[in-house]
Design a protein around this ligand. Structure first.
Ligand code: CIR
Length: 252
């Protein structure tokens, strides 16, 4: 169960962040409304949410998930794969130090939190354009010290592992067709998102409630079979910046 979350407000310059999406420029007012609704939802689900101020020269810094991994025992400050995002990790360290002992991913390791999915005491660590095998091993070693197992998973599609694969309770993963049946994911029950709705693979489990992105009715129907309460949020502006529900908070 989670009791806390850390979020960061998007800055006025958030549309200057990295993106591969060609869907037009995101709108600041709409982004802020959607971010407020996101923070409110986490609070309504019982979390104490610390909302940090925008981080001036880092327009992607509200995607706090990429700069750290937080478990019950330790906070690991990452070394983000995109050079322009590296400073975000150092800025988060004093915040994390209030709650957990801090460990760090160091050069030559590169790792984005968006590539790390914790399923109980097992970490699935994506090797992607942003996270390299060295970064995965460094994280794996730190987690092993705290009794976690880990598996590296190649990410051939999408920005991050969690763009395509997320935990929806128990031993069940929600994932895109590209990841379904991978040997690294053997042993997990798998729900495959509708092939026309791959963005909906990025859902967020908070203490037994599933937060899902608005606009994906076929996948919502599949998820309804889990019998969990669902909250639907519009994250259209974060999506234009290659982000989504999991990226905008650290939960612990
Ligand atoms: C980036 O490209 O780094 C950001 N614009 C999006 C990061 C999204 N984070 C995530 O999926 N964990």
């Amino acid at each position: 169960m989670f009791t806390r979350a850390i979020c960061r407000k998007p800055g006025l310059n958030f549309s200057h962040g990295l993106t591969t999406v060609q869907g037009g420029k995101p709108d600041y007012a709409r982004m802020m409304t959607q971010h407020d609704a996101y923070v409110d939802t986490l609070k309504k689900l019982g979390l104490q949410v610390e909302v940090l101020e925008p981080l001036g020269e880092y327009p992607d810094a509200y995607f706090v998930e990429d700069a750290a991994i937080v478990t019950a025992e330790v906070a690991i400050v990452t070394r983000p794969g995109a050079k322009v995002r590296r400073g975000e990790a150092a800025a988060l360290e004093p915040v994390l130090a209030k709650y957990r002992p801090v460990a760090r991913i160091e050069s030559p390791g590169k790792l984005d939190g968006g590539d790390v999915l914790l399923v109980g005491r097992h970490a699935l660590i994506g090797i992607s354009e942003r996270s390299n095998p060295e970064g995965a091993s460094m994280l794996g070693e730190i987690l092993e010290e705290h009794g976690y197992a880990w598996t590296a998973v190649p990410v051939a599609e999408g920005l991050h592992f969690k763009s395509s694969v997320n935990w929806v309770g128990g031993t069940t993963l929600l994932l895109t067709e590209d990841f379904a049946g991978m040997e690294e994911l053997e042993g997990f029950r798998q729900i495959v998102v509708d092939p026309t709705e791959t963005y909906c693979a990025n859902v967020l489990w908070i203490n037994g409630t599933l937060i899902v992105p608005a606009g994906f009715p076929n996948t919502h129907k599949k998820l309804a079979t889990l019998g969990l309460p669902m909250v639907t949020l519009d994250v259209s502006e974060a999506r234009l910046m290659d982000g989504g529900l999991t990226c905008m908070s650290l939960r612990f």
